[in-house]
Design a protein around this ligand. Structure first.
Ligand SMILES: [Zn+2]
Ligand SMILES: [Zn+2]
Length: 835
């Protein structure tokens, strides 16, 4: 049976025996009785007898507009009241989680309040931060981007979550609905007689549960899910931890209780200010008529959007053109305000607009907002709107004020990129318009060149060409980018048949990176692969390459992890057998260098964050013996000055001699103490996390081998930085002996160059520049058969920074070929002279 069929089956059973699935006792005690909708046949509960259910389609559309409840709540008050009333009922209010879901391996963004607790709290692996709890969880969803401004959809919205995680014995649906009804009555000012409560069944992620949907005056206001079952091949199985999952949009509560015509006027009061600046008009009377019709304009659900506009215009007794002129500028202004707020949350929480993975969605909404500002020539800026949002939201989310300058800077850089794209578009557009363009082509062009389809359509119209742009274009783009970029796999593809080995290999390398020898028992040998009961060999993982050494004298050439086993790959089939005791020796100089590079990686990450800003996070990393690299999220290439400052900061941390702390601790404790930024290396599974902390500098969940003191890193030398992908910068560096080696090689090159240029080493860049100029003039003179200029180099300009890098830059070449280049110039000049 498919999930949908199982759901249908549960629905059928529930309709026959509601008392087994729904909180019938509470509903009855509050005066509700059960009815069936004469239109859609759904079962529902109301206080007074009612023929139809609460769905707007059955009950005749929105009826709350113009009718505020007894307790109208402004946006900020909504959470305050929600928290106050639930606290009284025994719930603990907690802070929101980031919108970037670093802790969750399956998604980039937090899409619902329950997502804050997925997967490990919901699975019962770790305990929740409080139980039961309420949370104002900001969520990001991009599937309705094209509707934002018109239908009431938001990309970023706050889901008020009422959650509990209980054993089957403690689980009590009658209490949960009773608490919710208390909130609806005391908090939102609703009478029970104003409610219609639907019976339904929810499923998702392999789980299932009955749910109650709450409607009032034609609007769905909340949904309470009782997640109690797991869907298995043999049918439904009761969960060990049953979950209460009630979610309600904070925007919707403000809108509904105030009974205003436009939801956006309630969810973002600052749009009033934006209207004043831009002169866009808001007509409450007109919007009262338009808003109930706006769902017809949902581009994700409507087949022919032009026909839908025509239909809505007819209902309003006006023509389409006049309707669009009235609605579209206002909708665009709402979208600008909404997208700015979404970007403020996303960037504050560590997201960065780019072409990569899910972060692409951030660029889409940013460009959508900039496109509207351009189109209407409004004198407003996104950074400023973000500032107003942060000020307004301060009572709920004070953290939004903390990184405002950085948010502004990132938005400015993105705007520059957008402007550059627009200019490029003007140049290449004529060529694009030569061929027929499908929607697929338009998506590809948008992806590769950043050219918006509306622009292509408008330009094409000027030359009489008609290009079709689907109304859900940006959702189609988002869908193409939905597959989250997978972190580089650390496990090998082909599997060895070792699953029967028990117990799993005990890893000995966590506590002491200096452990270089150990004894162990052989559990399994397959060809030249050996599994032991315990091992100090570090397997390739977390970007750190594996150790080398010997097992009873036999050379270990690779070590990898398969499930809970560490597999040692020997040079040839070993002489020992399963059951034997063996002695392992680890090549310590290699181990030391790798530990130095790994600890240095954490230090460089922290240094980059200090220099470039809080948006810097690790995207990936690799720690090898001769060098290491760290990929960070950053919106631009690094300047020489920034690189120098990162290196300086990193070495400062090294010299501070900070003691590293390596501990295992429960996941919930680690998240509580250090926040979600610990997942720099990506989401990690398990109840216990290995936490590597450099006090005051950096805390990460990391399984690597680390030094005991930052002094043992010796020194850090940044070799190169480059932009590897949009929004990702690679920093290549070396530490300790590897850095010495690099410095030695560099010093050799500089020495040789100094000898060739006949100067002291600090004068090398100046003389190299002089030589380059001379070579150019000599070549020209030789071509024109004129006398050659003087060839004596005279520059005495001394350079204080990285001499080799500067010289390479001056000669427009790579550092390793600096000597060859100088030799060639000198030889060429001699050649020109003899011609
Ligand atoms: Zn109905
Ligand atoms: Zn690490």
């Amino acid at each position: 049976m498919s999930e949908e069929q199982i759901k249908e089956e549960v629905r059928r059973k529930a309709s026959l025996h509601p008392e087994q699935f729904f909180p019938v006792d509470t509903l009855k005690s509050k005066g509700f009785s059960r009815h069936q909708c004469s239109k859609c046949q759904k079962y529902f509960w109301t206080v007074h007898k009612q023929d139809v259910c609460g769905d707007p389609a059955c009950s005749g559309g929105f009826r709350f507009i113009g009718h505020p409840t007894k307790k109208p709540l402004d946006y900020i008050e909504v959470w305050k009241e929600f928290a106050r009333i639930h606290e009284k009922l025994g719930y603990t209010p907690i802070k929101r989680y980031p919108v970037i879901a670093r802790w969750n391996p399956t998604t980039d963004f937090t899409i619902a309040s329950i997502a804050a607790f997925q997967p490990y709290v919901v699975s019962g692996e770790i305990s929740p931060p409080a139980n039961p709890l309420v949370i104002p969880q900001t969520c990001l969803r991009f599937s309705d981007t094209d509707n934002v401004g018109i239908t009431g959809h938001h990309v970023a919205f706050v889901m008020l979550g009422q959650h509990g995680f209980f054993s089957p014995k403690e689980y009590n649906v009658n209490k949960y609905i009773s608490d919710h009804l208390t909130w609806l009555h005391e908090g939102m000012g609703l009478e029970m007689s104003e409610l219609t409560v639907h019976e339904d069944v929810w499923s998702g992620g392999g789980n299932l549960g009955p749910c109650m949907e709450f409607f009032s005056k034609g609007l769905e206001i909340s949904n309470q899910v009782y997640m109690q079952y797991e869907i298995t091949p043999s049918g439904l199985k009761e969960l060990n931890i049953k979950v209460l999952d009630m979610g309600q949009g904070q925007e919707r509560v403000a809108w509904f209780t105030q009974g205003k015509a436009s939801m956006y006027e309630c969810s973002m009061p600052l749009v009033k200010k934006l209207r004043e600046i831009t002169g866009v008009e808001y007509d409450e009377e007109f919007m009262r008529k338009f808003t109930p019709l706006s769902p017809y304009l949902n581009v994700g659900e409507v087949k022919d959007i032009n026909a839908a506009w025509k239909f809505v215009a007819e209902q309003l007794k006006m023509d389409v053109k006049a309707l669009k002129e009235k609605i579209l500028p206002l909708a665009a202004l709402y979208a600008v305000a909404e997208h700015a707020r979404a970007l403020l949350f996303a960037i504050t929480d560590g997201g960065l607009p780019s072409n990569v993975g899910g972060m692409y969605n951030l660029r889409v909404i940013l460009r959508r907002a900039l496109g509207f500002i351009d189109k209407y020539k409004w004198k407003i800026s996104l950074p400023e709107i973000c500032r107003w949002h942060a000020d307004y939201l301060q009572p709920l989310f004070p953290e939004l004020l903390e990184n405002l300058d950085e948010v502004s800077q990132i938005l400015e850089v993105e705007k520059k990129k957008y402007v550059a794209t627009m200019q490029k578009t003007q140049i290449i557009l004529p060529r694009l318009l030569e061929k027929k363009l499908s929607t697929d082509d338009l998506i590809t062009i948008y992806d590769s060149q950043g050219i918006a389809p509306e622009l292509i359509r408008d330009e094409a119209a000027k030359i009489g060409r008609d290009i079709y742009v689907p109304d859900n274009f940006y959702s189609l783009v988002a869908a193409r980018h939905e597959i989250k970029e997978q972190e580089t796999a650390t496990e090998k593809e082909e599997k060895l048949p070792i699953e029967h080995c028990v117990p799993p290999t005990k890893a000995l390398y966590f506590d002491d990176y200096e452990m270089a020898s150990f004894d162990a028992k052989v559990l399994e040998i397959i060809d030249n692969n050996v599994v032991l009961d315990q091992s100090a060999f570090y397997p390739t993982s977390g970007g750190q390459v594996s150790d080398r050494g010997t097992l009873d004298g036999a050379k270990v050439v690779d070590v990898f992890k398969q499930g809970p086993y560490i597999v040692h790959v020997l040079e040839s089939k070993p002489k020992f057998h399963a059951g034997d005791k063996v002695h392992g020796d680890i090549e310590f100089s290699r181990r030391l260098q790798l530990a130095q590079h790994h600890t240095a990686t954490h230090i460089v990450n922290a240094a980059a964050r200090k220099v470039l800003g809080a948006h810097v996070n690790q995207a990936s990393a690799k720690k090898d013996v001769d060098k290491a690299h760290l990929d960070i999220t950053h919106y631009d290439s690094l300047t020489d000055e920034e690189t120098a400052r990162i290196e300086e900061e990193a070495n400062k941390i090294v010299k501070q001699g900070l003691k590293t702390k390596l501990t295992f601790m429960p996941r919930e404790e680690a998240e509580k103490s250090f926040g979600m930024a610990i997942y720099q290396g990506g989401a990690v599974p398990g109840k216990q996390l290995r936490i590597v902390s450099i006090p005051g500098v950096d805390v990460e969940a990391c399984g690597g081998t680390h030094l005991k003191n930052t002094l043992d890193v010796g020194k850090i030398k940044i070799l190169k930085t480059s932009k590897v992908k949009d929004g990702i910068v690679r920093i290549v560096f070396a530490a300790a002996k590897a850095a010495d080696k690099v410095l030695e090689v560099e010093k050799n090159i500089v020495d040789k160059a100094a000898k060739l240029l006949n100067c002291d080493m600090h004068q090398v860049p100046g003389r190299a520049a002089e030589l380059f100029e001379l070579w150019k003039r000599a070549r020209k003179a030789a071509q024109k058969k004129q006398p050659l200029p003087d060839t004596i180099l005279k520059s005495t300009t001394a350079f204080a920074g990285d001499i080799l890098a500067k010289t390479a830059e001056v000669l427009q070449t790579q550092p390793e070929v600096v000597v060859k280049t100088i030799e060639r110039f000198l030889a060429d000049i001699e050649k020109f002279r003899s011609q």
